[in-house]
Design a protein around this ligand. Sequence first.
Ligand code: P1T
Length: 383
Amino acid sequence: MTEDRFETIAIHAGQDPDPTTGAVVVPIYATSTYVQDAPGQHKGYEYSRTDNPTRTALQTQIAALEGVAPGAGGGCVATSSGLAATGLIGHMLAPGDHVVLSNDVYGGTFRLFAQVLSGHGIEWTAVDLTNLDELRGAVRRETKLIWVETPTNPLLRIVDIEAVVDVAKSTGTMVVVDNTFATPYFQQPLELGADVVLHSSTKYLGGHSDAVGGALVTRDPDIYDRLKFLQNAVGPVPGPFDAYLFLRGIKTLAVRMERHAENAAMIARFLEDDARVATVWYPGLASHPGHEVASRQMSGFGGMVSFLPVGGVDAANAVVSRTRLFFLAESLGGVESLIETPASMTHMSVEGTDLEVPAELIRLSVGIEHVDDLISDLDRALG
Ligand code: P1T
């Protein structure tokens, strides 16, 4: 399996034909429990919070795509949401531990650190991770975790993963990279030295806006054992129906990501050239401050575009209410295009903090519709 390429791994890793029936699709094992021959003697499954064969297939598939070979000691732990995966990382920390996180990050991730884990004695500092001096200045003896999102949500900043790993290595700090925006198709954080990759599988992995899920992947056997323990001990697992939806979605990840990125690049260029738009962020644009790092650590620039319309909040609200194809909705990464204003939707929890985003910011999740239709839709909506 390891010599296979990404597209092949997506369709075959963990997905051998069913040994009983020959079914070419991994069955939905809708069972909570498994019969035992004698107490403790079973076929590898005893209870579906602990393990379920549909989930096992999904975990093998995601691990392989993030470059973790079967049997090498590491692996993937699938969770019931992206935030459940973040929560499991939180359970690895103890009171008195300190976390450095990016000062542009998904609002729910920030809320978990600032409003939940802080109540358990875990301290945090948010810094601009594109500035390594800021990172070095924030790391202290108690720092156990550096939380990287790249590209960041919603400002699409690019963090140099290898450079952050270098700082972390000198202090023995764990580096988690939220790879939701890039996906393993465009970015391989474990290859760049990160300890753990996190996904909101809800997004590009699932790809069809029909299920909520998450995943953690690591090559480190000790971290994997701890996460596997926590997955069972804390219990935020996806059910077999959702595991099946993710397995199915991931099979087409490569072709979808190609089209997302192609469409996003054309839309970013359209917006950059338009007088009704003040600023555009897309890592594939030469004007993007992180373009050089992105070109080095990513093999494509993804499907997310953010911009500021001329005219402030009123203009932004008008644009998002006028699109026909871009649905006004939270979330991202599905085949259909979405539009939103982070300040009043996905990132409300950062209001009044250092992480606050411009009120007139518009975020696009560019889908895989025909790009000419998408550009016409935005052109009309810009008024
Ligand atoms: O929604 P959930 O599956 O729990 O995933 C949380 C999460 C984690 N990381 C990133 C980068 C994310 O974007 C998200 C969820 N984000 C949205 C719902 C959103 O619209 O930005």
